[in-house]
Design a protein around this ligand. Structure first.
Ligand code: NAD
Length: 335
């Protein structure tokens, strides 16, 4: 018999509506909802109704004071995540917080160390760690299906639409940024997680960045990064929120090994080996949101290990923000 967790929601914006709720509503035996907090009362009301909660707050501290709330989902503008996550942990709530966990690397380091002091479970909601296609690709690599890793290529090039109110780029905090790295940090941590999940820890990084090219987005919008993994494999990563591009998927990853290649094109992945027909690995891959809430539940109720730990979230941030350092210093950096 599952014992549901009462999950409070802090920040009732697009990610909750478009990504978290579709996953959470499939987990009704594991999660219940009584309270939602958002400084915007209309947004708080809308999500309160959507999830069937009965308490709505504009001050998240009132939600944290509720004894029946056992855990919180934090889905706030990036610059607010760290200190509210710490307050939640200090209040004795288990925390699932959206990526990236902080507004810069120093704050991420302090947040990681502070969160470790509280006897609660903390999971960074990095969906890439729960995607079935990336998990399957990693398993195939471990089984030797493509031989030794040579090169990992990742690309995410698009001109994001900030005029549609349902688009993430339309949110004011993504346009007037109060965190380092702008769109590069926001999107890039996902790609960092995917590349690290496939090829392991990164040793060296070198990058160039470009600003501008978009009417609404400020900060660096485009990045070209070279990396070397500790395994000796190398990588190339291209990111842009401003390039008009026909091949504009968010997860376009090609993994080359000595005996074959794995190709991921958003939700479809294939194994390509010389002399053999292409094999579909996963069709219609899951976004990973269901998996992250399942893992959070199992961590709390069954003491299972957390896959997307705060340390992992920190290292994703480190790769992107050190790449920006490399561009600013025009140098190759050892992580
Ligand atoms: N995992 C993913 O694929 C994914 C995708 C999109 C966004 N995200 C992450 O989700 C988070 C939220 O992004 P979003 O696109 O939903 O943004 P959003 O702006 O739509 O939602 C944030 C909400 O927080 C509210 N808010 C602001 N200050 C607050 C405060 N002090 N107290 C309570 N509420 C407050 C805003 O009113 C807004 O409703 C970010 O961390 C983002 O990086 C993750």
């Amino acid at each position: 018999m599952t014992q549901p967790i009462n999950l409070g929601i802090i920040g009732a914006g697009l990610a909750v509506k478009q990504l978290h709720w579709p996953a959470l509503k499939r987990l009704r035996d594991r999660y219940t909802f009584s309270a939602v907090a958002d400084i915007d009362p209309e947004k708080a009301d809308a999500i309160t109704r959507l999830v069937g909660a009965n308490k709505t707050f504009t001050d998240y501290r009132e939600l944290l004071a509720l004894p029946e709330v056992e855990a919180v989902l934090i889905s706030l503008p990036i610059h607010l995540t760290a200190h509210i996550a710490i307050e939640a942990a200090r209040s004795g709530k288990h925390v699932i917080l959206e990526k990236p966990l902080a507004a810069n690397l120093e704050q991420a380091r302090l947040t990681r160390d502070e969160l470790a002091r509280y006897p609660v479970k903390v999971l960074v909601a990095e969906n890439m760690r729960y995607r079935d296609d990336l998990i399957a690709a990693r398993r195939l690599i471990d089984e030797g299906a493509i031989g030794d890793l040579i090169l990992v290529r990742m690309q995410s090039l698009s001109h994001v639409d900030a005029s549609d109110p349902e688009s993430f780029a339309s949110t004011p905090w993504r346009q007037d940024i109060q965190y380092r790295g702008g769109a590069l940090l926001d999107g890039g941590v996902h790609h960092a997680a995917a590349m690290r999940g496939i090829a392991g820890e990164v040793e060296w990084v070198q990058a160039f960045t470009k600003y501008g090219g978009h009417d609404q987005l400020t900060g660096p919008t485009t990045l070209s990064m070279n990396l070397r993994f500790r395994s000796g494999a190398i990588g190339a990563y291209l990111f842009s929120s401003t390039c008009h591009n026909e091949d504009a998927g968010f997860l376009m990853l090609t993994i080359h090994g000595t005996a074959g290649t794995i190709e991921i094109r958003d939700t479809t992945s294939r194994l390509l080996r010389p002399g053999q027909p292409p094999e579909t690995i996963v069709d219609n891959a899951e976004g990973g949101y269901y998996g992250e809430f399942l893992n959070f539940y199992a961590a709390i109720r069954e003491d299972q290990p957390i896959v997307s730990t705060v340390e992992q979230g920190y290292r994703d941030m480190e790769l992107i923000l050190r790449a920006i350092d490399s561009a600013e210093q025009a140098t190759v950096l050892l992580l």
